[in-house]
Design a protein around this ligand. Structure first.
Ligand code: CDP
Length: 243
């Protein structure tokens, strides 16, 4: 495998930075320890989080690839970095919810913790200044953020991820409550981008319903990285294995 290294910072997000490489088709994602909530109003450094999320994300992306879902993941580069395909990102977030909580409960007044059958799906626009407003298929078409075919593929792949990951987490005694995915285009194909980590999903212990995700940070419950490490441990992700 040709060596890839950072050439130039392309973008610094709230928890990850993205770098170009010598290869125009590859980028480096750096998972930082920064943890943010409420559109960046609350920011803290959490020791080990970058490493745990990088390892965890690689594990999940490899599982999804194995299940036939195209992802941007290429390989782990270092403890906190991964090499990914350079995607043309679609500026929408795809959220699937298996259990009602968070913004859904505030918006619709449904009971917190209610099982959702069938699971529900929502699109949000990626725009911090507007607080990521909820949008529908027509907004995406009208403003040209994605084509009708891409909208259908994003929905299909997001639900396919739900099938794979609810089973994976269920076997490890966790409930996948909800999660957010982002997609991009790569050589004519729609591909899963961004990340899948406890920063972008909700995971509850199956028995106690204890929170094992970023809600621990949002709600000031403490033990954030410890919870992420517990999730990784339960899934059999080896955080110390050689790269
Ligand atoms: O977290 P909050 O209550 O504001 O929003 P939500 O709509 O209930 O979030 C649904 C799921 O998407 C949760 O797992 C969030 O962690 C995730 N999400 C995210 O990763 N990034 C966002 N900008 C919004 C939601």
């Amino acid at each position: 495998m040709a060596t890839v290294s950072r050439v130039k910072e392309l973008y610094a997000g709230k928890a990850k930075s993205v770098y170009t490489t010598q290869d125009p088709n590859r980028l480096i994602l750096h998972f930082r320890n920064d943890t943010s909530a409420f559109d960046g109003e609350k920011i803290e450094q959490l020791e080990r989080k970058g490493m745990v999320n990088n390892r965890f994300n690689a594990f999940i992306m490899e599982r999804l690839e194995a299940a036939g879902i195209p992802t941007q993941h290429d390989h782990l580069l270092s403890q906190e970095e991964s090499v990914v395909k350079a995607l043309d990102m679609i500026p929408v977030e795809c959220v699937v919810r298996n259990i009602a909580t968070g913004s859904l409960v505030k918006r619709l007044g449904v009971p917190d913790g209610m099982d959702l059958s069938p699971p529900t799906f929502e699109f949000f626009l990626k725009n911090d200044a507007l607080h990521d407003p909820m949008i529908n298929d027509y907004h995406i078409l009208t403003f040209g953020w994605a084509s009708g075919e891409e909208i259908e593929t994003m929905k299909r792949l997001t639900f396919q991820v739900n099938g794979v990951l609810t089973a994976l987490f269920r076997d490890a005694k966790m409930l996948l409550v909800d999660y957010k995915l982002e997609f991009g285009r790569y050589q004519g194909e729609l591909v899963l981008g961004d990340e899948f980590t406890p920063d972008g999903c909700r995971l509850w212990d199956s028995d106690t319903r204890n929170k094992l995700d970023k809600d621990r940070f949002r709600q000031g419950l403490g033990g954030v990285v410890e919870a992420y490490e517990e999730v990784a441990h339960r899934l059999g992700v080896d955080l110390d294995s050689p790269l």
